[in-house]
Every structure is written in structure tokens, then in C-alpha cells.
Design a protein around this ligand. Structure first.
Ligand SMILES: Cc1ncc(COP(=O)(O)O)c(C=O)c1O
Length: 398
């Protein structure tokens, strides 16, 4: 008895590998996992009382999400991203069990085995894994030296089997924020070639230094070919609650109903109540909650950025601009052929007590890249962690 061929082709997730190494080296400071350090606003817990008050809530609920949450999300999409949803706009919103669940569901809705999905590299590893798991072919297209999209290269990668171009802005693992003009160009390219623009906006709330998030779904005429994925996980400290949402073309609604009904039946209803509470601006949730948290993360980011700039000044690594999410993706200067990013990441944990994620996890097998995540760090831990990283790279990266 053995696993399917399909799963044999899927890469193993890197996070548990790094987590095992961290456990084996107590005291390691983790600049690894892409999470925030806070939980949901208190209004989320209060909303659970309302969930418990109605015994019907223990039964399955609507496949696409509970109506009050769908209404709150429609309002949020319009207010924060200029995205209008509803029958008059050619699209729908559907609650999902997180952004990853939404991505796989979208993929199953639009692609057949053997179809191609274009992923700019570095990619978010679960996207690549999902494409492979769906028996589709990830077509990898490099970004430029600043991790920005190369629209001409994306265009050149389209074949008759292409079903979608995936964009992630703000980006994991690079922190890059794509300008509106670039996303507009990608969206227009998708329309022109009759393919979908699959836009992952899990980090929509996280931009700094004047960078601005742009939702392709806000473009007039985009509804029929744009699928946008959002998540409560990061902005609202909701990672374990498993709530995200998707804006989908009206025409895909029947397919996505089938998929959602088969996989989760309905997104966890207790978490949907909690999400409704978390979005409630009148009770300490909503955009103001996220904004306040973002100020704290921006302070930590400034510490990280200062330390990384010092390493860049010493020519130890390049640090391309990262105006969003909570990542920097370093390009480490190494002269030794065997210093792969995984080997370097392992030595940083074993010998210097600091954990980062190797670029190989994101499809970067040329050069030596390391992702530094700072979303969950207190200021003093960030300073200590970056100090260790600096000492480690000075010692190892030559
Ligand atoms: C780009 C991107 N999309 C989606 C997710 C997963 O989000 P969720 O917890 O909503 O499944 C992550 C988590 O790291 C991510 O980086």
C-alpha cells in the first residue's frame, strides 16, 4: 500500500522541518514562521456567546458562509479595497476555511489535470503544492532583481494549457508590493488571453512607508476573470480559526458550491461568528484594530530593516525593498557552491540560535536566499534575533 502518485510529486512543507530543528536547539529565536504575535480582538470571543445561544448553530449552515458575515465582508471589500460584490457586479463572495482552502478550491474549479498555472517565483510554497496536488503543472516565471513581476515574461509563459496567473501582493516570501499599474497589466493580460487572475491578498492590511495595496477585483470589467483570496489569519490574529474569503466570478459559483460542499460542507460556524465579532468596528474590532497592531509591527520592522541595511552595507547580502507583509527575502552573497540556503539555515540554527526559512522552500534553487519574518516579534527579540543573524552570516556566508 502506498500514497498516490499525485502526492508523491508534492514537496514536503519546510516549516515543520525548521520547527523540529528549533525544538532540538532550545533558545533559538525564530524569524521563521509567517504569523503575527497577537490574537483576535476581544469582540471575537464575545461573538461566540451569540453562537452558543442558538442551538441551531450546531447544525450545518450555509455552504457559502453565514449571511451576516457575507454582508460584513461585502462592506469591508467595498470600503477598504474598492471591490463591489453582488449579483449586479458579476461576482460573489464566499467564506472559506482560510486562504489556503480558498486557493485549492479555486484551482479545482478552474483547472483540469495537465493544465498549467503560472506562478511567479519565489512562490508561496502552498500554492505550488496545491497546483501539483491538483495534477496541474506549475509554470515558474522569475521576478526581477527587486522581486517585482516581469509582465512580458508572464505573457511569454502562456500556452494553450494555461488556466491562470497567480499573484501575491503584498508578497510572501519577498514582502514586495506590486504597483497598481502592474496588477492592472496582469489582469488585462488574463482578460486578453481568456485565463483567470488568481490574486492572493492575504497580506492586504500590511503595507508600510507609503506602499499601497491594490485589489485587481476593483478594476472595471475584471469580475468575470478575477478570483481574489483574503484571510483573517494575519490581520486579525486568526490563524488557527481558519477563516478566509474569496471573491469569485458569478459563473464559477456552482462549481465552487460543489467543491466547498464536498470539502468542508460549511466553513466552521463558530469561527464565522468570531470573525463577525472581529470585524465589528463598534466593539473594538475592524480596521482600527488592525491599524493599531500594524503600528507595532512597523516599529519592529524598522529595527529589522536597520540591522539588515548594515549587513547590506558590508556586502554580506542584498536586501531588496519590501514595502509589505512582514518579510524580507535576503540574497546572501556566498562563494561556496555547497552553501545552499537549506544548509545555511540549518547552520544558523545549530551554531547561532536563529531560525530563518531557506529560499529553496519558495522555488529558488539558484543563489542563496533566506526569508526573515518579523510579524510575531517583540522589539527586544527582534534586535537580539537580528544580532544573531548578523553574526551568523558574517561567520558563515563567505
Ligand atoms: C500568501 C499566503 N496566502 C495564504 C496563506 C494562508 O492563509 P490562511 O491561514 O488563511 O489559510 C498564507 C500564510 O502564510 C500566505 O502567506
Amino acid at each position: 500500500m502506498h500514497e498516490s502518485q499525485r502526492l508523491r510529486a508534492v514537496q514536503s512543507p519546510i516549516i515543520p522541518v525548521i520547527a523540529d530543528l528549533i525544538r532540538a536547539h532550545p533558545g533559538t529565536i525564530s524569524l521563521g514562521q509567517g504569523v503575527v504575535g497577537y490574537g483576535p480582538p476581544p469582540a471575537a470571543a464575545a461573538a461566540i456567546e451569540r453562537f452558543l445561544a442558538d442551538p441551531a448553530n450546531h447544525k450545518y449552515q450555509s455552504v457559502a458562509g453565514i449571511p451576516p458575515l457575507l454582508a460584513a465582508l461585502a462592506e469591508k471589500l467595498a470600503a477598504e479595497h474598492g471591490v463591489r460584490v453582488g449579483p449586479g457586479h458579476g461576482n460573489r463572495v464566499m467564506v472559506t476555511a482560510g486562504g489556503n482552502n480558498a486557493f485549492l478550491a479555486a484551482l479545482l474549479a478552474i483547472a483540469d489535470p495537465g493544465d498549467e498555472v503560472i506562478l511567479p517565483t519565489p512562490y508561496y510554497f502552498n500554492h505550488e503544492m496545491a497546483v501539483t496536488m491538483a495534477n496541474c503543472r506549475p509554470v515558474l516565471v522569475s521576478t526581477d532583481a527587486g522581486y517585482q513581476l516581469d509582465v512580458a515574461a508572464l505573457r511569454a509563459a502562456i500556452t494553450p494549457r494555461t488556466r491562470a496567473i497567480v499573484t501575491v501582493s503584498p508578497n510572501n516570501p519577498t514582502g514586495a508590493v506590486y504597483p497598481a499599474a502592474t496588477l492592472r497589466a496582469v489582469n488585462a493580460l488574463c482578460a486578453e488571453r481568456g485565463i483567470f487572475h488568481l490574486s492572493d491578498e492575504a497580506y492586504a492590511s500590511f503595507t508600510y512607508d507609503g506602499a499601497e495595496h491594490f485589489s485587481a477585483a476593483s478594476l472595471p470589467g475584471s469580475a468575470a476573470h478575477t478570483i481574489s483570496l483574503f484571510s483573517m489569519s494575519k490581520a486579525f490574529g486568526f490563524a488557527s480559526w481558519r477563516i478566509g474569503w474569496m471573491v469569485l466570478p458569478e459563473t464559477l459559483a456552482p462549481a465552487l458550491r460543489k467543491i466547498q460542499d464536498t470539502i468542508v460542507i460549511c466553513p466552521p460556524v463558530i469561527s464565522q461568528y468570531a470573525a463577525l465579532g472581529a470585524l465589528d468596528a463598534a466593539n473594538g474590532g475592524g480596521a482600527a484594530f488592525v491599524f493599531e497592531k500594524l503600528r507595532g509591527i512597523a516599529r519592529v520592522r524598522a529595527i529589522v530593516q536597520r540591522e539588515l541595511a548594515a549587513l547590506a552595507a558590508e556586502d554580506i547580502c542584498e536586501v531588496p525593498p519590501a514595502g509589505g507583509a512582514f518579510y524580507f527575502l535576503l540574497r546572501v552573497r556566498t562563494h561556496s557552491a555547497e552553501s545552499t540556503s537549506l544548509a545555511l539555515a540549518e547552520r544558523l540554527i545549530r551554531e547561532h540560535g536563529v531560525a530563518v526559512i531557506p529560499g529553496s522552500a519558495f522555488g529558488l534553487d539558484r543563489g542563496c536566499h533566506l526569508r526573515v519574518a518579523y510579524g510575531a516579534l517583540a522589539a527586544d527579540t527582534a534586535a537580539e534575533g537580528l544580532g544573531r543573524l548578523g553574526r551568523g552570516l558574517r561567520a558563515l556566508a563567505t
